[in-house]
Design a protein. Structure first.
Length: 263
């Protein structure tokens, strides 16, 4: 199995989730009211797990989910799993960012569940966010491909094949760094510092994944790509690279596009 939780995680209906979540929220509010909002994150996680456990809820901390593809391995850890089904992510952030919610959704997708919660203890009032997705492993796998000027040379073909194989294995819609790390590893594409110049003036260096000495790689997961294409072209023009292999991964579609530096 390319995605394997360390323990079985059940997929439950929304009504069952809300019953578990209601108990969890009650304990989270009580912890926040008693201890305030300034403790370290691990303290809140530990205390929440202990209170949920005393309330008769099976509480398991740091539940690992492992993603494997060929010899690539990446581990994720769920903060708290309640009743073998409900994923809880606990944060101590000055503000709750979309990235925090995205991390929670990623765990739902990896676990094959639909509902979970994000709790932020750092705010003046404890805040809980409902996490939900209708996607399943099966719905994340179908895709079409689009090629825009994608070269037919051996390096580009190898990169394309690696991407296609990975997506067929783990599906689309997961955490973008997972795809970037897995593709770079399997396709043997290193990270390098690329010099930047404006004419004869040096601007410094930019770290990039490199397909070969002439081509960089960009991997995104964008619904609308026009703005990014504009900025990627601007970046390319101040590098010594001849082109950029751009791969955009969105649900149901993989786009392979090659950008050329204007000489």
């Amino acid at each position: 199995m390319p995605i394997q939780p360390a323990i079985p995680i059940a997929c439950i209906i929304q009504q069952e989730y809300h019953q578990i979540d209601e108990q969890m929220v009650g304990h989270s509010m009580a912890i926040h009211n008693q201890f305030g909002r300034l403790l370290d994150e691990f303290v809140y996680k530990k205390e929440l797990a202990e209170r949920c456990s005393k309330d008769g809820m099976r509480a398991q901390r740091e539940v690992r989910i492992q993603v494997t593809h060929r010899d690539f391995v990446k581990d994720y850890c769920i903060d708290l799993l309640l009743c073998g089904s409900t994923i809880i992510e606990a944060k101590t952030a000055k503000e709750t960012l979309e990235a925090h919610k995205g991390q929670g959704i990623n765990y739902l997708l990896l676990a094959g569940t639909h509902h979970g919660s994000l709790v932020n203890f750092r705010l003046p009032r404890m805040k809980r966010y409902f996490l939900s997705t209708r996607l399943t492993h099966e719905l994340r796998r179908p895709f079409k491909t689009i090629e825009a000027g994608w070269p037919k040379d051996e390096d580009h073909a190898r990169l394309r094949d690696c991407v296609m194989e990975l997506v067929r294995d783990i599906g689309l819609g997961l955490d973008l760094p997972l795809y970037r790390e897995a593709i770079a590893h399997v396709a043997t594409c290193p990270r390098q510092l690329v010099p930047l110049k404006n004419g004869s003036s040096s601007l410094g260096h930019h770290e990039m994944t490199i397909l070969n000495e002439d081509v960089g790689i960009a991997i995104t997961a964008l619904s609308e790509q026009d703005e990014f294409r504009t900025h990627l072209n601007r970046l390319l023009q101040i590098t010594p690279l001849a082109g950029m292999a751009w791969i955009n991964l969105k649900l149901g579609e993989i786009r392979f596009e090659h950008l050329k530096r204007v000489k």
